[in-house]
Design a protein around this ligand. Structure first.
Ligand code: SF4
Length: 184
């Protein structure tokens, strides 16, 4: 897939990162890794464009790394999706982590980028829904700095819509990073 396809997404990611960094700085918050690491969260992603970009990033890695990641992704899915009861987080690392580093950091999906800070999200006709920040930030003791995710979600929806139309995709998607990499 041509890199140009991903330009609107890369621009949006850049805007998200800038906003996140600005607000984190306002809290004097620096993510330096913690026990409750967000890369152990069970995140599902819902966009084909993000999946395609993640895979594009994956394909920049060397064969050895790719093999290792895919082996970890298989193990990850084996554990998470063999649960007999409702699927829940088992707090195991995303298969893309190596030595506490995300090997696909530049290509990581939206939720990986927006996680951690207290935020809000508005839906038409409803009151904004507020979300808490991560425990490491001790945000309950701090004055809320407005972080509205709504415009980011809206822009993502537009980019995704155009991408789906181009590729004629209509089926919904709900996949973890591990699933995305295994189903490429
Ligand atoms: S893609 Fe990267 S940032 Fe997102 S959960 Fe996996 S390792 Fe963490």
């Amino acid at each position: 897939m041509a890199i140009k396809t991903f330009e609107p997404l890369a621009t949006l990611y850049n805007a998200m990162d800038k906003t996140w960094n600005k607000i984190a700085a306002g809290y004097h918050f620096k993510c330096s890794g913690c026990e409750d690491n967000c890369c152990k969260s069970l995140f599902f992603h819902h966009t084909y464009i993000e999946k395609a970009y993640l895979i594009h990033g994956f394909n920049t890695l060397d064969q050895d790394r790719k093999k290792k990641i895919l082996a970890k992704a298989k193990k990850y899915c084996g554990k998470i999706f063999s649960q007999s009861s409702e699927i829940k987080s088992l707090k195991i690392y995303c298969p893309v982590i190596e030595n506490d580093r995300c090997l696909l950091y530049l290509y990581r999906p939206m939720i990986c980028r927006l996680h951690g800070l207290p935020h809000e999200l508005s839906r038409p006709g409803l009151n904004p829904v507020k979300g808490a920040g991560c425990d490491a930030g001790l945000f309950d003791d701090k004055t809320y700095i407005k972080f509205d995710r709504t415009p980011f979600y809206q822009q993502m929806a537009q980019i995704e819509l155009a991408f789906r139309q181009d590729l004629n995709k209509s089926v919904k998607i709900k996949e973890t990073v591990a699933q995305m990499l295994l189903s490429q």
